[in-house]
Design a protein around this ligand. Sequence first.
Ligand code: KIV
Ligand code: ZN
Length: 504
Amino acid sequence: MKIFDTTLRDGEQSPGATMNVGEKVRIAQQLEKLNVDIIEGGFPISSEGDFEAVRTIAKTIKHCEVAGLARANSQDIDRAWEAVKDAAHPMIHTFISTSDIHLKYQIRKTREEVIKIATQSVARAKGHTPNVEFSAMDATRSDVDFLIAVFEAAIRAGATTINVPDTVGYTIPSEFGELIRTLRQRIRGIEKVTVSVHCHNDLGLAVANSLAAVQNGARQVECTINGIGERAGNASMEELVMAIHTRKDFFPLGTRVNPKHIFTTSRLVSKITGMAVQPNKAIVGANAFAHESGIHQDGVLKEKLTYEIMTPQTVGIPKSSLVLGKLSGRHAFRDRLKDLGYQLSDQDLELAFKRFKQLADKKREIYDEDIESIVVEEVLRVPHRFKLLYLNVVAGNVTVPTATVQMEVDGKQALEAGFGDGPVDATFKTIKKLTRTKSKLVQFAINAITGGTEAQGEVTVRLEEKGSTVIGQGADTDVIVASAKAYINALNKMEFKKRKLVGM
Ligand code: KIV
Ligand code: ZN
């Protein structure tokens, strides 16, 4: 069974989850460690940033195939090839819609035209690489005879994988399983290619639908870490992998994924995208292995098998993550980073170590979660246009909250002061003035990264501008500083997003 990870492409289409090049490369490295088969790095024609991200991933990753997405036209396909051509195992993934709804209202093409375009596009991609995936967008709402004709044309043109997306999350397991079985019985040449599925979660059925497809002969599933993705998201990789792993009686083929890296990968994706994992999320949620009821606790204490179908250790949930303190040196810090999967250059290590020392001055015990925040904020995050240099806030119940903020805006230093209804409001208003931005704050949340009153506060903000959403995160022992960092992170993401040329 092949695992095709699309966290960096479809996952990035989650409202707010824009990632920069460094962030994407870091996730790709973690996916390689997890041992997925294919990493879809992005949609290269969509922006310079995405092109650069896919190109860097292609050059960095050695043990997984690296795919670039392309609509079914030569410009997209050539751009995708430019981005993936240096990969050890490159793949071009091209797609066109096949449902009558999409043909009539969106792409305005006849069925004959779609078959012709699919043939030409796969042939064009095939001219670049033998490894070509073809997707029939909105397959589950397409006429089956037409779907078969399109897939046959794609196979004749050289596609090596045919992908059946449930683009709008409409199908249900028995129906989808039946569709896969029919396609396998009726498509001429199907034995030469890999049958893949790509399910969205609009009805909460993405994982169930993917598993039904596997039981009916699909041999590749497309999925994302934490199930992030367009609208309600994609099939969640950790749920799929652990279902296949835990129920070998139903899924004897297994996957190559090493489940020990699942938890770290989930945390990394959550930190970088700013998308929190719900506590009751299967496999990686904070409560996934917590037994609350007395009866359950009693059972687990006597024998884990009573209420546990897998152990937290299988997915890499650490027992305790207390690691470093004020006296820890550079060596111990580097070793811990290595254990967490981060191999930093000397320059980046110096940056992160400096911040670690500052944090250790304020906080006695430094946990893995603190170290992850440092790496994400100091190393992975490219500050683009806006950078916080200085923040001083006066607040309390006998004063008007006032913020003085110094920032770097497009490389130039600027200073401003402002009032607000509270210290966070004063800070945000002043940052808004300094950056001359128009985004609207639609969500603000604070969480403690670890336990205790000296824990770092982690702030998440969601901004909206002209229908476009971004999420920003910031961490600090001072929650006002954490709020400023989160707000500026979101503003930088918004600027990055504005440079995207085409959406999906
Ligand atoms: O959901 C979808 O149809 C897609 C395709 C591009 C595979 O993401
Ligand atoms: Zn999709």
